[in-house]
Design a protein around this ligand. Structure first.
Ligand code: SAM
Length: 225
């Protein structure tokens, strides 16, 4: 009878392992866990850091937190769906200087100065967000296309353009999938467009000089950037 009791105890103790419940999540599960959390978590300017803090609070070991951090960092650059989800949530409400991270609704002063005295042509706004720069350029007579991975950003950009009485071409695409074309743009705007996600940077080794070269190639001869 005693022997049976011990066997029963051992079986109960090992059951979670046998069912896989005790095993740490694999890489796909780690990523899905992060995405699921991101859908409803309070917005934070650094969602990965906030998620790792949550894991610690939930009792994950330092080694497990470090492992998940590495997985999420890897996937963040390969899979833009987390960025899309994050910015869809950010732009679901009108954003302003008071919003998370502080979003200017004014056009970039640097851009305004750069295009001052430049004859309008075709302009591309990369990661256009709510279109503050795209709308400004359209108001100056530029033929503007903007793209963004976030549908909510594009919706806000179109609403802002309508409000300003101008038209924009908006495209839902990521840095990695947008077809920049060849010599198609007189002006390419990158304002707070996170360069580490650029496919072009992946092939140019992230050297600012090479990025500059890429942009010159993709803008019209004598174009501005
Ligand atoms: C900080 S906001 C800047 C928006 C705008 N350029 C401005 O200056 O107001 C960054 C924008 O880049 C977009 N973005 C981030 N990663 C992207 C990606 N991989 N492909 C396309 N857009 C992306 C976001 O959705 C967001 O709208």
């Amino acid at each position: 009878m005693r022997r049976w009791r011990w066997i029963l105890i051992v079986v109960i103790a090992l059951a979670p392992l046998a069912c896989g419940r005790g095993a740490p999540p694999d890489r796909e599960e780690v990523w899905r866990g992060f995405l699921t959390w991101l859908e409803t978590a309070p917005l934070d300017t650094d969602p990965v850091r906030a998620y790792l803090a949550q894991l610690r609070r939930d009792g994950a070991s330092p080694a497990e937190v470090e492992r998940q951090s590495a997985v999420i960092t890897d996937f963040m650059s390969e899979r833009p769906e987390a960025v899309e989800l994050f910015f869809d949530r950010v732009y679901a409400e009108p954003v302003s200087a008071d919003s998370l991270g502080g979003f200017s609704t004014e056009p970039s002063a640097f851009l305004a100065e750069a295009v001052h005295d430049v004859s309008p042509g075709t302009a591309l706004d990369v990661g256009m967000g709510q279109g503050r720069n795209a709308v400004f350029l359209a108001q100056q007579g530029w033929d503007v296309t903007g793209f963004d991975i976030s549908s909510e950003a594009l919706r806000a950009a179109r609403a802002n353009a309508e409000h300003a009485g101008v038209t924009l071409r908006t495209v839902k695409a990521s840095y990695e999938t947008f077809v920049f074309g060849d010599g198609q743009w007189d002006l390419i705007v990158l304002a707070f467009a996170e360069s580490r996600h650029f496919a072009v940077l992946a092939i140019t080794d992230e050297s600012p000089e090479q990025v500059r070269h890429f942009l010159i190639q993709n803008a019209q001869p004598m174009g501005s950037f």
